[in-house]
Design a protein around this ligand. Sequence first.
Ligand SMILES: *Cc1c(COP(=O)(O)O)cnc(C)c1O
Length: 475
Amino acid sequence: MDQGDGVNPDPRRSLPSVDKLTREVVRACPRLPEWAVVAACRSILRNARDEAELLVSRGADANAFAKFAETPWAVRVAARASELVSPHPKRVINATGVILHTNLGRAPIAAGAAQAAVDASVGYSNLELDLATGRRGHRLSAVAEKLCVLSGAPAATAVNNCAAAVLLTLDTLARGREVVVSRGELVEIGGSFRVPAIMERAGVKLVEVGTTNRTHPRDYAEAIGPDTALLLKVHRSNFEQTGFVTDVELAELVEIGREHGLPVLEDLGAGTLLDLGDRGVPRDVYAPGRIALGADVVCFSGDKLVGGPQAGIILGSEEKIAAIKRNPLARALRLDKMTLAALDWTLGRMLDGSAQADVPLLSMMLEGVPSLEARAQQLRERVAPLARAGVRVGIEKGHVPIGGGSLPGVEFESRALVVSGEGPEWSADEIMRRLRENDPPVLARVRDDAVCFDLRTLQAEDVEAVACALENALR
Ligand SMILES: *Cc1c(COP(=O)(O)O)cnc(C)c1O
């Protein structure tokens, strides 16, 4: 007999069985599919048993046990089951003003790029077939050719993402040998991409030179030895260094490389294929410019400033790109046909000059302030009826970063609709919570307990959806 029975009952015994709970939820919510209810029951009850064990081990009192026993398990299961059946990822509205929002999927691809992916994948495609000869073709040749025309690079290829591009390039050009990199560039990019960890995985020996804030040309020259295979430069994508800082420019690094017969790899991260220097985008991320400066290989992401699908673009000399393509790892890191089709479409618009109109990242980034102002006024007029006692609605000037761990210190002027309410019912956090529950969910930003809807990331068709979401949230 359990001595504690009745006095301190094991709280686990108060839990219903999976079968009983499933039946209860299926009866109460007949629209939820049974597979989701069963899976949700299992996971909720697993957590509940852990919770119960914790109560016992902490020596919690009868009150705590009674409270535990009263937990509305069925309600939790129904909520979890609805989460399970809702598609993921699904569309949300980005009103944060951050164009490359890592949590919101970085660059949205163009409708035309998405359609190209559908067309290439719903039926069969000529992915690896040359239609002119009827012989086997190469899946990457169209994208590679467009990349070469856009960038002036002698050769190009693309893989799954920029991390893969760096891994593959290091593995191809430096496996088992030394790679020299500045301590000021041993960065961690959000989402756990760490330069030293990638280098280790590629089997290269990292030779760090300089200090966090200062690296000089002689530091590289002194570190070069018989085992050196490559000089690496990494764009400091997500932070800025100011003050007592010295970096070795790419041109200088290329010169050092030439003197010692060593190739230079630059990991640009957020590289661009269009020169947006006069539009506030620093020229040091313009990939063709890096090739022109003599970098042997340049890598960057497809879904950052290129505004395309997730991909890792690699530009370089014919010899280096050929070696990279021959590496067996390239097969493991290759792009799928949907991504290839979307990337090919996006590069095509850059070549025919329509990218600024058709690629959402570029149209959002380059939209002029008068146009933002006009759209902000339009949204304000639309939601004007919501302004009442206790709720204020206005328009604010501000600046937004590009985001996504790219272009630190670069900001674009913007306009936001600002909504603030009085009292806990209309606190910014509460309004934000309600907006996330909207269909589609709306993500805004909070400043001084006011909710800001930034027009820079709101597409024309989003304005009405935001107004409806706000109406619901402020009901
Ligand atoms: C973002 C970034 C990466 C990683 O790119 P993914 O496409 O996410 O793999 C690598 N290097 C730099 C410098 C970056 O900014």
